[in-house]
Design a protein around this ligand. Structure first.
Ligand code: AHG
Ligand code: MN
Ligand code: MN
Length: 347
């Protein structure tokens, strides 16, 4: 008697993944040659980082570098190494003339690559780096913006709202390495096949459920939040018939928590903290964490807010500006805005 196939057991086998990232990029109208090169360079950097993360423990490459970055955060060896992977990947020619990184105090301008229509790449090379030494989820976040011809040393053309992004995405280094991005016509996800080194199309036109069952927050900070943020979390943890019954899922990497919201719905929040006097911003950086993931959220039918307004409309004052963030399913983010989670709206 032959073993019944999965189909016979009523389970349909998922089709083998056949579309490679290279072919996908070349079969989309909205993706011109410069963006193809840019996304392929991101994919190349992501493959190198994925490979290194898988072997770092074996090579003794874990732990702190002993330096502190512009944010006053201790830099993990892999933060610095991952940043260098991006610098190398984008300094060998191509349409990107400016690199803006969480790990670089100032932008790096690649003058030789500065032509009439070059790009800026904004990125967080390693997100969730406190997970590095405990084999936890890690990510990379990136966004692409056009640079205005003749920008010279000015950053005015880059310090613009997130609606100016022409592409945004992230890599998630989990049991599998995934690359998820948008160029403005929906969200596509690719999974790295370690056997071939190819990113294979896993899902496209991903839509985020309008409501989820999980919320992601570092609840230990609750005493520092605005009362509205506490009211929001009280709603999630309250009785099911009053909009509650949620589970808390928080992995310490924005990318990992966001990916769960993208696929299953739910919300990630990192509220601002009421410091003495003026309310202080949250922890996450607008230009290379919140704005890229907010573009993905909106492209998938979700939302990204700073608690009193659309994150993609915030004009940054500097490249490392921090903002509070409430991002994920449309219903939960709308509830956050309604509960004035960041205090009375300023408008
Ligand atoms: P990064 O490692 O790039 O600095 O990002 C860490 C961020 C974000 O990924 C995560 O959601 C958050 O910091 C965790 O902050 P707490 O440890 O304060 O919860
Ligand atoms: Mn980060
Ligand atoms: Mn980082």
């Amino acid at each position: 008697m032959t073993e019944p196939t999965l189909e016979a057991k009523g389970k349909t086998m998922t089709k083998p993944l056949m579309m490679t990232l290279d072919r996908y990029l070349r079969t989309r109208e909205r993706i011109g040659p410069e963006l193809i090169v840019t996304i392929e360079s991101v994919a190349h950097a992501v493959k190198r980082i994925s490979n290194e993360l898988a072997r770092a423990a074996l090579k003794g490459e874990l732990g702190y570098s002993g330096t502190v970055n512009v944010h006053g955060e201790e830099v993990e060896k892999l933060d610095a190494w991952s940043d260098k992977v991006f610098v190398d990947a984008f300094s060998a020619g191509g349409p990107v003339c400016t690199l803006i990184s969480e790990e670089m105090d100032e932008p790096r301008h690649l003058k030789a690559q500065c032509t009439r229509d070059s790009f800026a790449l904004l990125y967080d090379p390693l997100d969730g780096s406190s997970n590095t030494d405990v084999n936890g989820a890690l990510g990379t976040v990136f966004a692409v913006r056009r640079r205005k011809p003749g920008h010279g040393d000015s950053l005015a053309d880059v310090l613009a709202a997130g609606t100016e992004q022409i592409a945004a995405g992230y890599a998630l280094y989990g049991p599998a390495t995934m690359l998820v991005f948008t160029v403005g016509d929906g969200v596509s996800a690719f999974v790295l096949d370690p056997a071939t080194g190819k990113f294979m199309l896993w899902r496209e036109k991903i839509t985020m459920p309008p409501r989820g069952k999980t919320y992601a927050v570092n609840q230990a900070n609750a005493a520092k939040w605005h009362p509205g943020a506490r009211a929001l979390v009280d709603r999630f943890t309250g009785p099911k018939d009053q909009g509650g019954g949620y589970s808390l899922r928080y992995c310490g990497a924005f990318v990992g928590d966001f990916h769960r919201c993208l696929l299953n719905g739910g919300i990630f929040l990192y509220p601002g903290e009421i410091s003495s006097g003026r309310g202080s911003a949250g922890k996450l950086r607008l230009m290379y964490e919140v704005a890229p993931l907010s573009m993905l959220a909106e492209q998938a039918g979700g939302a990204g807010s700073i608690g009193h307004g659309r994150a993609l409309e915030v004009v940054p004052g500097n490249i490392h500006e921090r903002v509070p963030v409430y991002i994920g399913s449309a219903e939960e983010v709308a509830l956050a805005d309604k509960l004035e989670v960041e205090g009375r709206s300023r408008s």
